[in-house]
Design a protein around this ligand. Structure first.
Ligand code: SF4
Length: 458
């Protein structure tokens, strides 16, 4: 399987200057809003610790809580299915839909169904799938995956959205008014809600003691998807379980504040039982989660509540765009989850980080993201999964850093080389970092020589 070349893919995004600058600004703005909200709550750090502890407790007793959830959900009248992996998930959903003659499915945003590649699976079998979240719909119409787990089309400028809508849903060409664009999407999506035979949602949290689940959205599209058609299918990752309803109070306070810097999502909808005369199917999906739970260094990533705060704060993500990661999950959370799906394919991703730990600092459930990134780097190197150039660079760097004389010689040689070598000798294909930035000027004097010169002075 081909290895994702993050640096190469990112160079395309960076080359589009206006996009890159907007992306960086927009996400940093979300980070600042998140900070304002967090600072407005005196017990914020206490909430983070509590959220982390609840998740760790639940994951340590996952089998018990899943069984409790299943029992309660069945008592409520829901039908519960278990999917070992993406293929099984897609097949279960297809069987439910096709056995009821469903031709159209309206769905709200769900990273799990992206992870399972469900839409193409159903479409190949004659079921039309309509994304109803505005960002997801833009991405669907443009035939692109989401580039962010909360704001899927955040890498697009309004002009891009205008062109996509003009090309696909008959919007007025060149009209970039955001209200007009949102209204056009709403007007063209609404009929699908009315004629779809089935609706699909994901879930942000599933409560073991009640067998119910919660979906948080800002557009109300999940509520329409779940409540207009008679058949509601909810796909839920097994890590979404929390033991009790009271625990929601902790997570709901953290989620939207961390994600978008808003106190709460517009809609926090609780689903418990099928509507009268309707059906509710819950598909509990593993798809690698049990394996991850068994990884001593990486199981903490299962605490993730998919808020995207780590992405918004990450300097690499903000400047390289989500699509450059070539995976369902991008940014810091993607960097630690993706290699659990396929280590070779995603072996470059843990190197797309400055290890500044900003992701860890904002994570509402206190996942040690930067430590996991560092751990992945070690594992990838140990298992010989480094690309040849990086491996050789690391080997040379290792030797230089281990020998003080060699290190000092290299420092002086590097200064001279940057000053005197022709440009192509430094900025070539071996130097991916130099493609979009200049190497900083070397100081005239190293710290060591300054120190030797000055240490005897009073
Ligand atoms: S890792 Fe933490 S910050 Fe990142 S998406 Fe998950 S919960 Fe949010």
């Amino acid at each position: 399987m081909k290895r994702i070349d993050h640096a190469e893919a990112a160079s395309e995004f960076i080359a589009a200057r206006a996009h890159q600058e907007f992306h960086d600004r927009r996400l940093w703005d979300l980070r600042l809003k998140r900070d304002r909200e967090a600072h407005g709550i005196p017990e914020w750090e206490e909430l983070r610790s509590l959220a982390s502890e609840i998740k760790e407790h639940t994951l340590s007793h996952l089998a018990d809580y899943l069984e409790e959830f299943e029992t309660r959900a069945k008592e409520n009248g829901a039908q519960v299915h278990w999917a070992r992996d993406a293929i099984e998930h897609n097949q279960i959903v297809h069987d439910i839909l096709s056995s009821r003659g469903t031709k159209t499915l309206v769905k709200s945003k769900s990273m799990l169904t992206e992870e399972c590649d469900m839409r193409p699976f159903l479409e190949r079998r004659g079921i039309e799938v309509i994304e109803t979240d505005l960002g997801e719909r833009i991405q669907q119409l443009d035939d692109e995956p989401p580039s962010h787990i909360v704001v899927p089309a955040v890498h697009k400028l309004r002009g891009d959205v205008s062109s996509v809508f003009a090309r696909t849903i008959g919007a007025e060409p060149g009209n970039e008014d955001v209200h007009y664009l949102a209204e056009t999407q709403r007007r063209t999506t609404r009929p699908y809600f009315l004629r779809a035979e089935a609706g699909m949602t994901g879930a942000n949290f599933a409560v073991a003691e009640t067998g119910s689940f919660v979906v948080c959205t800002n557009e109300g599209n999940a509520d329409l998807s779940a409540n207009v058609p008679k058949l509601h299918v909810a796909s839920i990752g097994i890590e979404k379980i929390v033991p009790k309803t009271e625990h929601l109070a902790v997570f709901i306070r953290l989620l939207s504040r961390s994600a978008l810097g808003s106190p709460i999502t517009q809609y926090t909808s609780h689903f418990r039982a099928p509507r009268e005369g309707g059906e509710l199917h819950i598909v509990l999906v593993d798809n690698g989660r049990s394996d991850r739970l068994g990884m001593p260094d990486f199981w903490y990533s299962l605490k993730c509540i998919r808020c995207g705060a780590c992405m918004n704060t990450c300097p690499v993500y903000r400047r390289s765009g989500g699509l450059s990661y070539g995976a369902t999950y991008s940014g810091p959370i993607g960097v630690i989850i993706d290699p659990t799906f396929n280590m070779r394919k995603y072996s470059n991703l843990p190197f797309a980080s400055t290890l500044n730990a900003s992701c860890t600092n904002v994570c509402p459930v206190k996942i040690n993201i930067h430590e996991q990134i560092y751990k992945w780097r070690q594992i990838i190197a140990e298992r010989n999964q480094l690309p040849f150039v990086k491996k050789e660079m690391m080997r040379i760097a290792g030797r230089v850093l281990a020998d003080p004389r060699l290190y000092r010689a290299a420092i002086s040689a590097a200064g001279l080389a940057i000053e005197h070598l022709p440009r192509f000798a430094i900025y070539n294909w071996l130097n991916a970092w130099g493609r979009q930035r200049e190497i900083p000027e070397t100081p005239r004097q190293s710290f060591r020589s300054w120190y030797i010169e000055n240490r005897k002075r009073p």
